[in-house]
Design a protein around this ligand. Structure first.
Ligand SMILES: [Ca+2]
Length: 128
């Protein structure tokens, strides 16, 4: 496991629910700074990722593949790939920012309006 902080379910039929990841600072994660639903056997449910910072992640600052996740007031700086990579259905709680990423678009597959002017998208971002 090379992510900084990972939320995942590894026990089939016993899902990870209502996890709160708050006010952490991950520096130099080899892969993703924060990963929700990237590994494991099923997606975690109702995860909240609030007030965190990922600096210098090898891949994404925040890689969120569980649609029932809320992101708010997070910051990604100098990620190797994307600042915030959010799956369809992820809820934008506001205040998410990304700066100086490896990819020209800081946010991909974000079908929520990520509200900061520091956040750029390589693809249209739309509200759900
Ligand atoms: Ca990733």
């Amino acid at each position: 496991m090379l992510d900084g902080i990972q939320v995942a379910t590894y026990d089939p039929g016993n899902p990870t629910v209502d996890t709160i990841v708050r006010d952490n600072h991950v520096r130099g994660a080899v892969v993703d700074g924060f990963a929700v639903g990237v590994g494991g056997v099923e997606r975690p449910r109702r995860t909240q990722v609030v007030g965190n910072e990922a600096t210098g992640s090898g891949d994404d600052g925040f890689d969120v593949r569980s649609p029932r996740t809320t992101l708010a007031r997070n910051l990604a700086v100098r990620s190797g790939d994307l600042g915030i990579d959010a799956a369809r259905g992820v809820t934008d709680g506001g205040g998410n920012r990304a700066r100086a990423q490896g990819q020209p678009g800081a946010v991909r597959r974000a079908h929520v309006p990520l509200t900061s002017p520091d956040t750029r998208s390589a693809h249209p971002i739309r509200a759900v």
